[in-house]
Design a protein. Structure first.
Length: 534
């Protein structure tokens, strides 16, 4: 193995250590852990697993229906408001799912304004629909927040070819339904599969929505084994079971992504021939309604509900404002430190994949990319398990202090979680740098990190900026790792939004929630600008 590969492998090992620690928990036999797992297996684990399945199925159906239908409509048809909806359909990505859950719970619950108004208006009694704090409520919230994954990938797969091929099918006499079923859907199928699998991984990793709604998923078992039963080994072994589900889903997502093909250049004639089909009248407004409904449910309505809660509780906001600056400062510090560190680590890893890297390097980099698909609770368990072992063997080492009483632990968890985000962004930028530049630089004696610093970094400046921004916003919204590893008395916007809403103080929770939405709008608007240019 070349010596220059050793630092890269060490970086990959540090990032992947929590995941490896979770897997390694099975190699040591613990009678306490075995008893804990046996007890949970006979009582709560089957219910947790079944609830996870019941949650994932409607989420999959929801994101497929909303994301694929809206993507097909804005790419293959021209209707009123289409150009605005093309980018506006991405806005729910700016809404943390747990923030949407807070807004809908207050609005739809038995004592909420909607049911109260309907009972007063029509003289009805009792609950008008099932309690929103249930599996169906969690599925609704996750669906309207995660459908942009399917929309974005499906739109990218259809935008260049669907209008042209549908026009060709029309000239051959195919009806509109036949064109959609036989032309558009086969083109979009890999993208729909990839986006749906991404949404399912986010669903399995979710803690904010399910915890607030009281939905007991498999991740709940990890929490209970760790925090209630105080058995770290059992928690790690349960986390590895969740990891065993996530990894095949990730492999399926990679397989679906590898089948995506995008055109890189279109002639003026092809652009003119591939204009979307114009629809007007009732059909046009129906298309607008179908595209506008996910946007309404996932962004407009939650934003209005949060703004209304903020206005209604304006007298109580004075209790929040003195601490709001500290929450913002803590969030900005964690986001800034992590974004710089993640991009600094991801840049040499992305550079190592250029050309024909050794097999070991390729697999190590892929392992670092696994963190984004792993639930935050798994990463936290993977961090604390080896630290606990070190603390037991060398009590004076202070490993537990550095991991839980400083920002080291939470930043490490962020690095594991979001390196894949920066890595994918930088790899996308590397595809636009010709390999001949590397060869020319090596002939001039510029190799290794000097090649990355002097040649690659200036050409990747835009991709580096985007990676910094994406990681920064993801850190601002991250809840599980922050909630469990943050130092004492170091609250962030995400933590306080969760805690205030859990205490039924929605008006006060609206302050950090709206701040998170504003921050989340930055990368979404940047992505929308890129789509408009494309």
């Amino acid at each position: 193995m070349p010596l220059r590969q050793i630092p890269l492998l060490l970086i990959a090992l540090i990032i992947a250590l929590p995941i490896l620690a979770v897997v390694a928990s099975w190699f040591g036999w613990s009678p306490e852990a075995s008893a804990t797992l046996a007890s949970m297996a006979h009582t709560v684990l089957p219910e947790y697993a079944w609830t996870s399945v019941l949650l994932c199925v409607p989420v999959a159906l929801g994101v497929i229906s909303m994301g694929s239908v809206s993507a097909l409509l804005v790419t293959a048809f021209d209707f009123p408001g289409r150009r605005w909806l093309e980018w506006a359909l991405l806005l729910p990505m700016a809404m943390p799912a747990y923030v949407v859950a807070y807004a809908y719970t207050d609005f739809l619950q038995f004592s909420g304004p909607l049911q109260t108004s309907l009972r007063d208006a029509f003289g009805w009694r009792g609950a008008l629909w099932p309690d929103v704090r249930s599996v169906w409520g969690a599925a609704l919230v996750l669906s309207v927040c995660l459908y942009p994954y399917v929309y974005l990938l499906t739109r990218a797969a259809l935008v260049d070819r669907a209008p042209r091929l549908m026009e060709a099918a029309r000239l051959l006499g195919a009806s509109l339904p036949r064109r959609i079923v036989r032309v558009s859907l086969p083109l979009a199928r890999p993208a729909i599969a990839a986006g749906t699998l991404l949404a399912l991984m986010e669903t399995l990793a979710d803690v904010g929505v399910t915890g607030y709604f009281g939905v007991q998923t498999f991740a709940t078992g990890v929490y209970k084994a760790w925090l209630v039963l105080d058995d770290h080994v059992a928690a790690a072994q349960l986390a590895s079971c969740l990891l065993a589900v996530v990894i095949p889903v990730l492999l399926l997502e990679h397989a679906a992504q590898s089948r995506l093909r995008f055109a890189t250049r279109r002639s003026a004639a092809s652009v003119a021939d591939s204009q979307p089909l114009r629809v007007s009248g009732v059909r046009g407004w129906l298309a607008f309604g179908l595209c506008g409904m996910p946007l309404l449910l996932g962004f407009v309505l939650p934003l209005a509900l949060l703004a209304n809660a903020l206005f209604q509780a304006r007298a109580d906001i004075a209790l929040v404002w003195p601490r709001f600056g500290a929450w913002v400062l803590n969030s900005l510090q964690l986001g800034g430190i992590t974004a710089v560190l993640v991009v600094a680590l991801a840049l040499p890893l992305a550079a190592a994949l250029r050309g024909r890297p050794p097999w070991l390097t390729t697999q190590a980099v892929r392992l670092t990319g696994l963190g984004y698909a792993v639930p935050g609770v798994v990463i936290v368990v993977g961090l604390l398990l080896p630290v606990g072992a070190i603390q037991q063997r060398w009590p004076g080492a202070g490993a537990g202090y550095w991991l839980t009483a400083t920002v080291l632990g939470v930043v490490w968890a962020y690095v594991v979680r979001f390196t894949a985000v920066a890595l994918q962004t930088l790899q996308s930028g590397y595809t636009r740098i010709p390999a001949q530049l590397d060869e020319s630089a090596r002939l001039l004696g510029v190799t290794g990190l000097n090649l990355v610093r002097r040649v690659h970094a200036p050409l990747l400046s835009r991709s580096i900026l985007v990676a910094l921004l994406l990681v920064f916003v993801d850190v601002m919204k991250e809840l599980p790792a922050t909630l469990m590893l943050r130092p004492f008395n170091m609250d962030t916007l995400a933590v306080m939004a969760y805690q205030l809403a859990r205490d039924e103080r929605l008006g006060e929770a609206a302050v950090p929630s709206l701040a998170l939405v504003v921050v989340g709008l930055i990368p979404v608007l940047l992505l929308a600008r890129t789509l408009r240019r494309g």
